[in-house]
Design a protein around this ligand. Structure first.
Ligand code: G3H
Ligand code: 13P
Ligand code: ZN
Length: 304
């Protein structure tokens, strides 16, 4: 079995940033930043990201990134929804796969996750799975309804024991995308603490964890991008979660925002340029700055 980066994070109380990419430019920016911070890093691709890149091109990218990257890097399938996509990602050469059947009844989630775990472990690949709803906890839901969406600690213990999953994504109040909260941002640290007491050896994963910085939202609004009302997770909450058993923190929306800010600002300031390397380069610089900052917040600098 390869080295499992999340175990070190669990033992030492930090989290590793898991950043989505679907272009080589974004991956190169992520790697440059992790190297500059001497930090381990997870580069993840969604099912639609794999379709966008193409299996064979992606395979080549992963192989050459592994050869060239000077810090520990792990390639991960993000939100695989079926056994078939997990198998395909393993064939491409991913180090770990996520099987996300959290939308299915508990017993079905257990059965499919276990099937993926058995297949992946035979091939030295780690598995992340999910329990609870990361679709967002709406402010206007009744308390009883809200509680049913958070991950149940008791169920988490049973799920981990029955599936043999290596890590578990939990729902404690985060949500995917740029519009996470209409009111105050909150994370249920009480639920996190209960989960970590019941399954102390399992690294936990936080999805939907982009910060959606107000400054970047303002920059995009100024440049005409309609992103009014976008709001993410304050970084103090992410720093606190990193010291708990949250060992992997996912961000995709922040990457998209940074790349767009860099590209649009460059184009706005250089209206005679037609060389895409210039504006893509400016986007890559923004992405690299974002990743470096996240590495500081999650406490993974110098943990390579
Ligand atoms: O959590 C989901 C990720 O942001 C992936 O999104 O399917 O548009 O690549 P995507
Ligand atoms: P964000 O939408 O908050 O970036 O979350 C991404 C994610 O969880 C990918 O799995
Ligand atoms: Zn996610």
């Amino acid at each position: 079995m390869k080295k499992y980066l999340l175990k070190d994070a669990l033992e030492k109380g930090y989290a590793i940033g898991a950043f989505n990419f679907a272009t080589l430019e974004v991956l190169k920016a992520i790697i440059a930043s992790a190297e500059s911070k001497n930090s381990p890093v997870i580069a993840q691709v969604s099912e639609s990201g794999i379709a966008f890149l193409g299996d064979d091109y992606l395979k080549g990218i992963i192989e050459s990134a592994r050869k060239n990257c000077r810090v520990p890097i792990s390639f991960h399938l993000d939100h695989g929804k079926s056994f078939d996509i997990a198998k395909r990602a393993i064939d491409i050469g991913f180090d770990s796969v996520m099987i996300d059947c959290s939308m299915l009844p508990f017993e079905d989630n257990v059965a499919i996750t276990k099937k993926v775990v058995d297949y992946a472990h035979e091939r030295g690949v780690f598995v992340e799975s999910e329990l609870g709803s990361i679709a967002g906890i709406e402010d206007d839901l009744k308390v009883a309804d809200k509680d049913s969406l958070y991950t149940s600690p008791i169920q988490a213990k049973e799920f981990v024991e029955r599936t043999g999953t290596d890590s578990l994504a939990i729902a404690i109040g985060t949500k995917h995308g740029a519009y996470k909260y209409s009111g105050e941002a909150k994370l249920r640290f009480d639920i996190l603490e209960e989960i970590e007491k019941l399954i102390p050896d399992i690294p936990l994963v936080l999805h939907g964890a982009s910060g959606v910085e107000a400054r970047d939202v303002a920059r995009l609004l100024e440049m005409g991008v309609d992103i009014q009302g976008a709001k993410g997770i304050p970084e103090e909450l992410l720093a606190k979660a990193s010291k708990h058993h949250i060992c992997k923190i996912n961000g995709d929306t922040d990457i998209r925002i940074s790349l767009l800010v860099g590209i649009l600002e460059y184009i706005g300031n250089n209206n005679s340029n037609i060389d895409y390397r210039k504006y893509l380069g400016a986007g890559m610089t923004e992405v690299a700055n974002l990743v470096a900052h996240k590495i500081d917040v999650y406490g993974s600098a110098n943990k390579a």
